[in-house]
Design a binder for this molecule. Structure first.
Ligand SMILES: [Zn+2]
Length: 81
């Protein structure tokens, strides 16, 4: 199973164009995502306004630091490394 590698552009989403979401930088992966509990398409982080790396995010059930670690492991598994 291969994932399409089209870069996510938040400007093309309905959330941005019609629903008033704002473009923000994902605190986990640094890519552009949207605010207001939008789920980052790159890493899956739900944007709940958490920007402090060691503050627990109940939406994501982890701190940014911990989430990033989990994600690294998952990405490694997916890539077969
Ligand atoms: Zn992200």
């Amino acid at each position: 199973m291969t994932q399409p590698s089209i870069p996510f552009d938040p400007r093309t989403t309905r959330e941005y164009r019609e629903l008033g979401f704002k473009i923000v930088k994902c605190p986990v992966c640094g890519k552009e995502t949207l605010d207001d509990y939008f789920i980052c398409p790159t890493c899956g982080w739900e944007y709940d306004g958490t920007t402090e790396e060691n503050v627990y995010s109940s939406c994501n059930k982890a701190t940014i630091v911990d989430y990033r670690k989990t994600k690294e492991i998952l990405l490694c598994v997916q890539n077969g490394n």
